[in-house]
Structure formats: structure tokens, C-alpha cells
Design a protein around this ligand. Structure first.
Ligand code: AMP
Length: 518
């Protein structure tokens, strides 16, 4: 006998597998996911995921599983298979440099790695001593209803669903842990608020180790839509990308600002307009009005939404639906909190800010909060803490490090960062992590990174007896490509401020003058 889902028992959901169970009942033979020439129905997707879950669930419960492959159907089977077993996944992108893969491996300490035919060899090199399984091998295995039932009953909704690694200021990536509860709460609100429906064709842009993809994956499964995975290579060729979106009659784009701007920068919408698009939700960075206007003009019927939030609070906590009648003289606001999220501003003395036009740090409370950073109590305690507004009961909050203010409409407007975190080519990067990687090179004695937001260029200044070329080679061994400075500039000495800190503003000027460059 098949197990009853919790939704059937108590009309509530405790696991994201309920999304797949429910959608499969309604849309058994519908295409759930499309990836290039491959398609999979809800029935087959569920079956494959359950074979994986049956196997993992035999010996593991609430433990991490590394998923080592590109984004695609197989990665999604791995995610859901892991969830069926009551375990949690962490996707490691095989394109990352070896040393970073090793850092993540050491933090996550998983026993099991799910990979595929393509990356099996590589996985055996990186994950020696771990149990490495090919996802294709589960396809013909049996589903063990008893095991799945046991896993499902032992699971509680606050158990982790995934660990997503982001850049860390100490030089080691931080693994943000997110529970089923947080994802379910967010996705239910998100899909209702923005009218996601079963006829949607959701075009996934974000890599699967980036939390924007969480919205694509679980929204699609929640409403029984079709998830179209857009291959990464299309994002370097706007006309191919637009052909693909049009051909597949895409209705929904939940994309990073940088991806939408890529199309407009290359005048892609003059070539072709994906007219079937009904809603465009963008996040990750401030959306330049110039680019948004072009999109809005070409898609006059579509809804556009600015959504905001860091990975630590499960996708997004603020949103603002663009009002076509408004001119947006000031920045587009990040808006108001999603239902069931508490978002507020604190000043430097930890007092609540309620009046307009006063800057404060954006803080968040509620079930959306992540479970901290995996095996990293120092960073967890620094960012997740008891609300400083009262000491009456436990109310953990997350301090985003972002600054904002209320405008006259009571909407929050994003103002920038308190620290050295930046967004570059859509990626969240702590400049200190690059500086640390530079300092780890034997010949480098000092390093400092600055980011020119306007030109979207990253500059790495250093003092040391090493050529730019050799330093670049060394950095490529440890950092992902997007973290390599656009320009490395050797200096004799660093400019200093009056209080003895590196003068970053002066460095910005140096990059213009190519000061000291060799
Ligand atoms: P990530 O964890 O990669 O999603 O990055 C989160 C950070 O990106 C936030 O803390 C903000 O600094 C920035 N961010 C996210 N959404 C927006 C937005 N809509 N507007 C401006 N900045 C954003």
C-alpha cells in the first residue's frame, strides 16, 4: 500500500516531497522537466526519485548528501531522492576549482556522493573514500515502500532540505542550511502571490547552487507546471537564448538581474520578444531602470516584480510589484515583507527605525530564517541572533548586512552594504575572500580588492614579487572564475587613510591612472 502524505492526513505539508506527490496525482503524464532534448513526466520523475530515496533511506536519515553534477533532470532526481530519504543535499558544481571542492567537502562531511556518468571519474578523484553512486544506476531499481514510509514518518519539517554554499569573508565558503519548513512556507506564499499556475512554463536561469533556483524548482513542483532548464551556454549568446525561450513558449522568468540585463545590453529584444512571458521576477542586485523599461515596453502585459533577500532567509523576504503608471524617480524599492515574514530596520544602537528616510540594517525574523551555517558556529552566532528588541522569549533574527530606508510609501529602499560583500556577474562575493586567496600566495605580502560598481569591474591590488600573470594562474587554482579580479595591479605600497587603514577610495583612483602597473 502506498503511504498517505501528511497533506492527506492533516491538510498540511511537512516535506517538499509532498509537492511532487500531489502534482503527480494530478498530472501523471504531464512533462515535469525539459532539459534540451530530454523530457521527463511527473510519473517518471517521481518514480526515479523514489528509487533513489529507497536506496539512500536504507542506511541514512537526516544526513548530508553531495550532488556532484551540472544542473538538469538528474540533479533534480538527486535532490528529490535525497528528500524522500529524509536527508539533505548540497550541490557542488564540478566546474569549481579543486581546492574549493575540497573545502566544501571538508565542511559538509558527507558519506554519500550522487554523481552521473559524465562526472563519475572526477568524483572518484575528489571524493576518495566516500560512497559514490551514479544517478543513472537507480533508474531500474525497485521502490521500497516500507523504507520510504519509515523515512517520511521520521522526518520533521524543521529538518534541513539543502545546504547552499556562498562566499565567506574568512576565506572559507559558508554553507547556509535551509529547512523544508522554510521552503514550504515561502513557496506557498510566493506561488499564490504571483499567480503561478499549472500551465506555466518556468524557464530556469539560475545555477542549482544559487538559491534563485529554489524558486524555479519548488514553485514548478508545487503548482504542477513545467520546468524548462535553460542550458548555461545560452547565456553567452542572447539570440540563441531568445530563440529557445520563444520556441518553448515560456511564461515565467524568475531570474537574476544580471541575466535580464545581459539580454537588453546586447539589444536582444530587438531581435525577438518572448511574447508568452506573463511574469518577470528579478533579484540579486539593483535593477537599472534603463534595462527594466526596455523589458516593460516589449512585454506590455507582463507583471514585473522586484524581489529581495539573501540566501540565509530562504530566497526572498521583500517584494515590490512594479507599477506601470509610476515613473520611479528614486530607486525601485525592494518593497514590503512577504506575508508571514518580519522585516525591519535597526540603527547602529540596535533601535528599531520606523520613520522614513533614515538608514538602518535590514533584519529578518520568522520561519524563513535558515538554520545557520553548516558546522560553523562562529559565523552562525555572528549573523543569526536573538532579536535585540526584547529578551522575553526566543526570537532569532538574521542581520542581512544590507542597508535600507523607508520611503514615503512605507516601502523599503535598498541602499547598499555595511561590509565588503558585492555582487559581480550575479554572484555574491566577499571581497575579503579574494584578498585572503591573494595573501595565501607565498610571494604576496599585502592585498586589497576594490569593486567598481558602475563598470562592473573587480580590481586586485597587491604588493609582492610576482607577475600579474603568475598571480592570476595561482588564483585560478583556488577561486571560481567569477572571483578572479578583472585586473591585477602590483603596487610598491598601499595608500593609507589617516587612521591607518588601506585607503580604498584612493585605490579606485589608482586603477584609473594605472598607478604603478608593470
Ligand atoms: P544571495 O544570497 O546570493 O541571494 O545575495 C543576497 C544579497 O544580494 C542581498 O543581501 C543584497 O545585498 C543583494 N540583493 C538581493 N536582491 C536584491 C534586490 N532586489 N535589489 C538589490 N540588492 C539585492
Amino acid at each position: 500500500m502506498e503511504f498517505l502524505t501528511i497533506k492527506e492526513v492533516v491538510e498540511n505539508m511537512y516535506s517538499v516531497v509532498d509537492y511532487l506527490e500531489e502534482s503527480c496525482k494530478r498530472h501523471k503524464n504531464k512533462i515535469a522537466i525539459v532539459e534540451e532534448e530530454q523530457k521527463i513526466t511527473y510519473h517518471d520523475f517521481r518514480h526515479w526519485s523514489r528509487t533513489v530515496g529507497s536506496s539512500i533511506g536504507k542506511s541514512m536519515q537526516n544526513e548530508p548528501v553531495i550532488v556532484f553534477m551540472d544542473k538538469g533532470i538528474q540533479a533534480l532526481v538527486s535532490f528529490f531522492g535525497t528528500a524522500y530519504a529524509g536527508c539533505f543535499y548540497s550541490l557542488i558544481n564540478p566546474e569549481l576549482p579543486e581546492s574549493r571542492i575540497v573545502q566544501i567537502k571538508q565542511t559538509i562531511q558527507a558519506k554519500l556522493v550522487l554523481t552521473n556518468e559524465e562526472y563519475y571519474e572526477m568524483a572518484t578523484q575528489y571524493f576518495k573514500g566516500l560512497n559514490i553512486q551514479k544517478i543513472e544506476d537507480f533508474k531500474d531499481q525497485a521502490v521500497d515502500e516500507e523504507i520510504l514510509k519509515k523515512c517520511y514518518q521520521q522526518h520533521i519539517d524543521t529538518d534541513p532540505l539543502y545546504v547552499n554554499f556562498t562566499s565567506g569573508s574568512t576565506g572559507v565558503p559558508k554553507g547556509v542550511v535551509i529547512s523544508h519548513r522554510s521552503v514550504i512556507d515561502f513557496i506557498n506564499v510566493f506561488t499564490n502571490l504571483f499567480h503561478f499556475h499549472e500551465k506555466d512554463i518556468i524557464a530556469n536561469q539560475a545555477p542549482f547552487d544559487f538559491d534563485v533556483s529554489v524558486k524555479d524548482i519548488f514553485s514548478s513542483m508545487a503548482v504542477g507546471a513545467t520546468l524548462l532548464i535553460v542550458p548555461k551556454r545560452y547565456f553567452s549568446n542572447p539570440s540563441l537564448l531568445l530563440d529557445y525561450l520563444c520556441e518553448h513558449k515560456v511564461t515565467t522568468l524568475t531570474w537574476a538581474v544580471s541575466a535580464l540585463c545581459l539580454i537588453t545590453t546586447f539589444h536582444g529584444l530587438d531581435y525577438k520578444v518572448p511574447k508568452t512571458v506573463e511574469k518577470v521576477l528579478f533579484s540579486g542586485e539593483v535593477m537599472p531602470m534603463k534595462h527594466l523599461s526596455i523589458w516593460m515596453e516589449k512585454l506590455p502585459q507582463a507583471m514585473f516584480v522586484n524581489v529581495y533577500g539573501p540566501t540565509e532567509i530562504t530566497c526572498n523576504c521583500l517584494y515590490h510589484i512594479i507599477d506601470r503608471k509610476r515613473t520611479y524617480q528614486e530607486k525601485i524599492p525592494v518593497g514590503k515583507p512577504f506575508p508571514n515574514e518580519r522585516v525591519f530596520l535597526l540603527d547602529e544602537e540596535n533601535h528599531l527605525i520606523t520613520e522614513p528616510n533614515k538608514n538602518g540594517e535590514i533584519c529578518v525574523a520568522g520561519t524563513a530564517l535558515g538554520l545557520g551555517y553548516y558546522q560553523n558556529w562562529e559565523q552562525t552566532n555572528q549573523h543569526f541572533m536573538q532579536s535585540p528588541l526584547h529578551q522575553k522569549y526566543l526570537e532569532p533574527i538574521y542581520r542581512t548586512g544590507d542597508l535600507g530606508y523607508y520611503n514615503e510609501d512605507d516601502d523599503i529602499v535598498f541602499m547598499g552594504r555595511k561590509d565588503f560583500q558585492i555582487k559581480y556577474l550575479g554572484h555574491r562575493i566577499e571581497l575579503e575572500e579574494i584578498e585572503k586567496a591573494m595573501m595565501d600566495v607565498k610571494e604576496v605580502v599585502r592585498s586589497c580588492c576594490v569593486f567598481d560598481e558602475e563598470k562592473a569591474k573587480l580590481y586586485g591590488f597587491y604588493i609582492g614579487n610576482i607577475s600579474k600573470k603568475n598571480l592570476s594562474v595561482k588564483l585560478k587554482e583556488v577561486l571560481p572564475v567569477f572571483m578572479i579580479p578583472t585586473k591585477l595591479i602590483p603596487l610598491e605600497e598601499f595608500p593609507m587613510t589617516k587612521n591607518g587603514k588601506i585607503d580604498r577610495k584612493k585605490l579606485m583612483e589608482y586603477k584609473e591612472e594605472k598607478h604603478g602597473e608593470v
